[in-house]
Design a protein around this ligand. Structure first.
Ligand SMILES: [Fe+2]
Ligand SMILES: [Fe+2]
Length: 320
């Protein structure tokens, strides 16, 4: 993704791209891109495709704890959807000049760009359905925003299908959580999972707006809402639902401000082995969070190895 390669592939100037967009047209391929549009689109597509891709081994690990065979079947259908979503993103990246074999099968695990939350293992069926209710809700919020706002036509059109499938995933999570929370023992298990997963999902939306690094994502209409607006949107879906089923979360609606307020130190230090937030240490700087994100978490290597194993151990590679 070096600048010279981008210049060769993406022939337009920044002003030409802006004129094209101002005329109400979508970007359909490299012929409509400038180098910085191309680099920015590659970045956001890589994060999206990597997130979909790694959710498959993460959910598969937890699906092994399904209480019955038909529940396992539902989880497998979600995993199949996620692999198809990843395929859409990687295929578009291939069209944008990225070497797909390297990107998917040869890239070192640490260079994958999905949210840190997926580096923390899901160890039970309860944790899987909590992930459906919170992580898939985050995916839904982010992709619905891209679907509405993206200026890249091929991705925008593909997301019509992805949006519907994500709705199924998060409904799967909510239906299960409602059922589990009718019973005190089930509610306690859900509460224990939400205690670490809720704050990890708050982090999912990235740096706060005043620290945001990639302004082209909004400037070029790659997405419509800022990180903090998306975090608010996610809380507006998840917090009332958790309250309804009797699960405590560290956030509430401030009616005076008309926005959700986080009630615990945030961002905070996380013990990834115990899967506990060290909230008594108080809030930390986002720079410290970036160090944890960049180091990746406990399951990173394991999941990427699982995803790359077939390619690494067979000769079914693309002809040169
Ligand atoms: Fe997905
Ligand atoms: Fe999903």
């Amino acid at each position: 993704m070096v600048a010279t390669a981008a210049q060769e592939l993406a022939p337009l100037t920044e002003d030409q791209v802006r004129e094209h967009l101002a005329a109400g047209k979508l970007v359909e391929g490299l012929q409509h891109m400038s180098p910085s549009y191309l680099e920015g689109m590659r970045r956001i597509l890589t994060v999206s495709a990597d997130t979909e891709f790694v959710s498959a081994p993460s959910y598969l690990r937890a699906a092994g704890h399904a209480p019955a065979l038909n529940n396992f079947g539902s989880a497998m259908s979600i995993i199949q959807d996620e692999l198809a979503h990843a395929h859409i993103g990687y295929r578009l990246l291939g069209d944008l000049g990225v070497d797909m074999d390297w990107l998917i099968y040869e890239r070192p695990a640490q260079q994958f760009k999905y949210p840190y939350a997926f580096d923390v293992p899901l160890n039970s069926w309860v944790e899987l359905v909590c992930a459906n209710a919170m992580y898939d809700q985050a995916g839904f919020v982010l992709l619905s925003d891209v679907y509405r706002s993206s200026t890249f036509g091929p991705w925008k059109r593909a997301l019509a299908k992805v949006d519907k499938e994500e709705t199924f995933h998060l409904r799967h999570g909510r239906t299960w959580l409602k059922k589990l929370c009718k019973d005190p023992a089930g509610r306690a298990e859900v509460q224990a999972a939400v205690d670490w997963m809720f704050i990890l999902t708050l982090e999912w939306f990235g740096l706060p707006d005043e620290r945001k690094q990639h302004s082209e994502q909004l400037d070029f209409g790659f997405k419509g809402k800022s990180n903090d607006e998306l975090r608010q949107w996610w809380m507006s879906e998840v917090v009332p639902f958790m309250q309804e089923i009797g699960i405590r979360v560290p956030a509430h609606l401030d009616e005076g401000l008309d926005r959700y307020v986080i009630d615990c130190p945030f961002p905070a230090r996380f013990d990834e082995d115990k899967r506990e937030w060290l909230l008594e240490d108080g809030a930390i700087d986002w720079d410290d969070v970036l160090v944890r994100w960049r180091a990746r978490g406990p399951m990173n290597r394991d999941y990427v190895t699982t995803l790359q194993r077939g390619y690494q151990t067979t000769s079914l590679r693309r002809a040169a």
